[in-house]
Design a protein around this ligand. Sequence first.
Ligand code: TYM
Length: 333
Amino acid sequence: MAKKIFSGVQPSGNLHLGNYLGAIKNFVNLQNEENNECVYCVVDLHAITVKQDPNELKDSIRETTAAFLASGLDYKKSIIFNQSSVAAHSEVSWILSCTARMGWLNRMTQFKEKAGKDKEKASVGLYIYPILMAADILLYDSTHVPVGEDQKQHLELCRDIAQKFNIEFNCQNFLVAPEPLIQKSFSRIMSLKDGTKKMSKSDPSDLSRINLNDSKDTIINKIKKAKTDDKTLPSDKKNLNERPEVENLLGIYSSLSDQNLESTVNEFSGKNFSEFKKKLSELVVEKISPISVEINKLYKDKEFIDKILNDGAEKANKIASKKVSELKKIVGF
Ligand code: TYM
């Protein structure tokens, strides 16, 4: 059955291998399935929940768009736009913030992680960020939302908001509760320096992640320096959870070569890390370098990127403005 797909990525700094394997690779597969209607958004309103340099934000938006295209998204098949250019996102976010409950937001673990110890100093935007995310999804009647594992709780909140709104305003099925599409394996890529921490843009160490625009030499160097241990590679996956860094590297290899973890474990059983890391570097370079080259090429053509975003915004606006006017009527405006 045809699916209505929506997903978003923040334009804050470089996209990394976690974004690619956890989300964007899946965006491309869904786009290429027949009959799906896909909307992919560069979520710049989400980005300003933490401090951004206004002189750099516009270029980050272009760079994320370039990364979408370089990874295989096609502006002729999917709607690609940036969130702030469609006003309905902010408007609906406000209306839904009157449906969402404080208790629901208080349970969001990502806010707790991102706000850190000093919650009082976090922006209000960071706290209500999942409501904006719900607005993004619900505006397009999205049926399926491809994301990495870290977004699962936000999608549950989105479903709760949709259901409560429909009951409160007696408008059954007006807001469509979406299904999360989270890959069964490799939906959480971990830091190269600490296998218990998610690979993330906000990690202060660049050695913790592989960025989609890293050069070949940088990729090779980062994999060489990735944390492992002094044993050889395992012969089965049974006790891998006790070796999180090793499990993560084997997972990255499996995901990039489209094979399951078992096959990768068998391939490298009993081998030493220098041999495995050499093969892993070759594979990452083979898959990521063409994307990196393409990002750098596209990124230079600002006019082209801006045109894609403008055209995308026009198409998104058509869908979103219709939904928002129906929603306002339901609320009584
Ligand atoms: P963001 O920008 O943090 O991440 C974009 C996508 O990448 C996935 N991801 C990962 N997957 C696996 N391993 C990792 N280490 C890893 N790091 C990031 C994320 O799960 C995400 O799918 N709030 C969202 C953006 C958003 C959105 C939406 C998503 C805004 N509106 C509506 C879906 C639908 C975010 O900050 O993602």
